[in-house]
Design a protein around this ligand. Sequence first.
Ligand code: C5P
Length: 406
Amino acid sequence: MHRLTNRRILLGITGGIAAYKSAELTRLFKAAGADVRVVMTPAATEFITPLTLQALSGNPVHLQLLNPEAEAGMGHIELAKWADLILVAPASADFIARLAAGMGDDLLTTLCLASDAPICLAPAMNQAMWRDPRTQQNVDKLKASIGVKIFGPGVGEQACGDTGPGRMLEPVELAELASDQFETLALSGRTVYITAGPTREALDPVRYISNHSSGKMGYALAAAARDAGARVRLISGPVSIAVPDRVQCVQVESAQQMLDASLEGLADCDLFIAAAAVADYRPVSVAEHKIKKGSEEIMELHLVKNPDIVATVASSKNRPFTVGFAAETRDVVAYAQDKLARKRLDLIVANDVSAPGIGFNSDENAVTLVGPDSVESLPQTHKQQLARQLINRIARHLNEQAKTTG
Ligand code: C5P
């Protein structure tokens, strides 16, 4: 099911006793990281309540074609365009017939007509209805005309007491088959944490110590990791850029908060990329009230070292594959190799910040990817492009390591 992460699944439910299994199917899709929107026919609501599906999918359930309220939220054409895959489970004989006839007499058939997404059906009906030549012709027509995939049906005892083909496949089987419709990407099924942006270390209620990090590189890496099939958690200091779609973002201010957010759920994290510009030091104490200007010409600040987030992650039990950044002004590779060993990292993305027009707070970067036994230079390019190249290479190293460690 690992290919379902970040995929948009439109789950259609038609009237049939198997509709109760769609609740579990929705849960499985969500657990695999998919975004699920449920569409129910009126008959489906006789078997299972929309509220159950709403709670499990985390999204409003779509019920009617011409409902002004629903159309004001996500209209049916928008919903049709939104889907990466449409799965109708259970698909009744009546629904299959209406779909084969090209009808658009309810929301679900209309969506199937309006969408370019692949359509999969999980038939569920009495064995005689399934065997009926008219149903079989409808199925053949749907396969031949629009490439509809048919999942099942299974053979076995039916709710009506008959035995034969017509049982809806089990939710686990359906989720696996849905996952198989997508290609495996470099980070399919992986959970990736990325720190980004600066930290702010408070001096008093109105002042702080920080730096000029824009967060652009970390945010571009988050979008690239998402596109590579990963479930992404972006742990971000204050920046002024938008969080990429389908990326979970935890907003933090201080290094301590960034560390806490990085350690949360770390056991489930496969890859940790530290792109944040963490303040090395913070004030020993934060003044309760605004610090007043005094008569003295010189003011001394007492600072204490911040925790090293990436080194803490790399030293943790069951550590994820850990990647750090190194901004250097000379001997870039030598310093990166030293940092790699000192912080116990798997890879370091090193860049020469003395070079004009790249790195900190600019749109472009040029880096060298340094591993224990490898050095690879990636020439100057836009951060988005570089992020994609980096994610591909990091994924390759991660997958190679996973292979050797079994
Ligand atoms: O030691 P230096 O700051 O050069 O290391 C840079 C790398 O370490 C970056 O990946 C940065 O995100 C990470 N780092 C960290 N916590 C700190 C300092 C740096 O995670 N306190």
